[in-house]
Design a protein around this ligand. Structure first.
Ligand code: DGP
Length: 112
């Protein structure tokens, strides 16, 4: 989608540090890491947020989680947090569905 930063990353218009890629999803390191390991997993299909997931496109969410598990195994991550901010009040700043994967430090709960 025009004007979507993550669609521009997918097209190569904006460079990124790739972690993993397949036909349906792409994973890359976050520009502003919040943990020693912090990467994002995004569907290649433009979906604005978790609020836009429907019965018709929800298979991609499972696919992203399978990719996360695979990447975590390959990186040797034993413990990690998966976060998807949905909406501005929840901290979403890029409106292309993405899953943050954070690891390498103690995490607190509840999140801020
Ligand atoms: P959120 O605030 O939950 O929508 O997360 C968006 C994340 O995307 C945020 O942690 C910073 C990251 N980000 C924004 N622009 C870029 C970029 O151009 N490259 C990379 N690698 N990450 C970006």
């Amino acid at each position: 989608m025009k004007d979507c930063i993550f669609c521009k990353i997918l097209s190569g218009e904006i460079p990124s540090k790739k972690v993993f890629e397949d036909d349906l999803c792409y994973a890359f390191y976050d520009l502003d890491p919040q943990a020693p390991t912090h990467f994002l997993v995004i569907p290649k299909e433009h979906i604005a947020s978790a609020a836009e997931v429907t019965d018709n496109n929800s298979a991609i969410v499972g696919h992203c989680f399978a990719a996360i598990a695979k990447i975590a195994r390959e990186l040797g991550l034993e413990s990690y947090r998966v976060v998807s901010n949905c909406g501005e009040q929840a901290g979403q700043s890029v409106f292309h569905l993405h899953f943050h994967v954070l690891a390498g430090r103690d995490m607190t709960w509840p999140p801020g």
